[in-house]
Ligand binder design. Structure first.
Ligand code: GLA
Length: 384
């Protein structure tokens, strides 16, 4: 936090709004949010920090990243750029929120922090939600956190071309320290659950794999699930989304659906059941049963939803064979990225060294281990 504020003060004077936006993990509930299912995410201790101040102009804004040294210098109303990198997220969010903040004028924003990018911790949601909360405060807006989450999701869908669900944004915005929450992605009702793993460490094992087509793979899976939904609805019109599908309906539909579409739907139905069980296990401290469900999720994502990749599958298999690993699964959008693993504290270093060595030997590339702790949700402070 301090280095962002200091850099801002030196160049622009005292900031009037400061925001801390954390990353998130998702214990279980992979690819269920956009099918109105259930998820169990939590904010982590790593975050992006932002400092803002109006710069006296009508519409010139500058967003400066201290992490990558890049600067985005535009005018409110400019059409967001598309393509790779962070600019579509920044400009997309600004143009999405602008109509709701009539008082928003030109501003300076500096940002930086310790949230690794591309590590499955949703640095993109931290970026858009942090900006949304900061601009809302700067312009005296009254947008509540649910609204900010939906705006950030819309910006990502429209300008980063990922048809994402609402989980990441809500996890950034409403997490409580040390807790996960069970989110019903239809009603947005949530239940906070203390996430205590005494004697264990939560780790990310980053495969380092970044497939250029990850966004299109994600969008394809979503579309395949929706195709399955339409087929099921033709027989069961009461079904609104895959979240309403039962295993009985699936067995009736089985023969009538192309097998890969059937598999996508079968995964979602099973995963929704797993998330609810897992939430109860976590609340009851039944950690071994909780971890087993994480392993099962990975297998479902690998064999039925097909959102993993050989590198992640290798890491998941290694983790499943390791004695001190409670549970592990791929997190995030998939087709690369990270494995989330819960490992006995005393064995955690040996676990990550061993798994990374084998990984390098098998794939000829290095992964990295990132220990994570759970932390608070987004915080805003104003000094107007
Ligand atoms: C990404 C998306 C989320 C969710 C996950 C998969 O993180 O942004 O909405 O769909 O993938 O669970």
């Amino acid at each position: 936090m301090q280095h962002v504020i200091q850099a801002f003060e030196q160049a622009q004077g005292a900031p009037s709004v400061i925001v801390r936006a954390p990353g998130r993990i998702n214990f279980i509930g992979g690819h269920t949010d956009y099918h109105e299912g259930w998820v169990l995410p939590a904010a982590v201790g790593n975050a992006i920090h932002f400092a803002f101040r109006a710069n006296g102009t009508e519409s010139d804004y500058v967003v400066q990243s201290l992490d990558n040294g890049q600067m985005i210098q535009q005018r409110l109303g400019d059409l967001p750029v598309s393509g790779p990198g962070w600019a579509p997220y920044v400009m997309g969010l600004i143009e999405t929120i602008r109509p709701l903040l009539p008082e928003l004028k030109g501003f300076h924003c500096y940002l930086g922090g310790d949230l690794p990018q591309g590590a499955g911790l949703s640095s993109s949601a931290a970026l858009t939600c942090g900006l949304a909360a900061g601009l809302n405060a700067l312009a005296g807006g009254q947008l509540d956190r649910m609204r900010l989450a939906v705006l950030a999701q819309k910006a990502e869908q429209q300008y980063a071309q990922v048809q994402c669900g609402i989980m990441d944004q809500l996890a950034v915005l409403i997490s409580q320290p040390g807790e996960a929450f069970l989110l019903d992605c239809r009603s947005l009702a949530l239940r906070h659950i203390p996430a205590r793993f005494p004697g264990y460490r939560i780790m990310l094992i980053d495969s380092g794999v970044k497939h250029a087509d990850a966004a299109s793979g994600y969008n394809t899976r979503r579309a395949e699930g929706e195709e399955g939904l339409q087929r099921i609805q033709s027989r069961f019109p009461e079904v609104k989304t895959l979240r309403d599908v039962t295993s009985g309906m699936l067995s009736v539909m089985g023969a009538e659906m192309p097998s890969e579409i059937f598999c996508r739907c079968a995964y979602v139905v099973a995963e929704n059941a797993r998330v609810q069980k897992a939430a109860n296990y976590l609340a009851a401290g039944r950690l071994a049963a909780f971890g087993d469900l994480m392993f099962e999720t990975h297998v479902g994502l690998r064999d039925l939803y097909r959102a993993t990749c050989p590198e992640l599958d290798f890491l998941a298999e290694m983790a499943a064979m390791y004695d001190g690993c409670l549970g592990a699964r791929m997190i995030g959008g998939g087709f690369g990225g990270c494995l989330l693993a819960i490992v006995e504290e005393e064995k955690a270093d040996a676990f990550s060294q061993g798994i990374l060595q084998r990984y390098a030997a098998r794939f000829g590339q290095n992964g990295r281990a990132i220990p994570v702790e759970l932390g608070p949700g987004l915080a805003v402070s104003t000094h107007l």
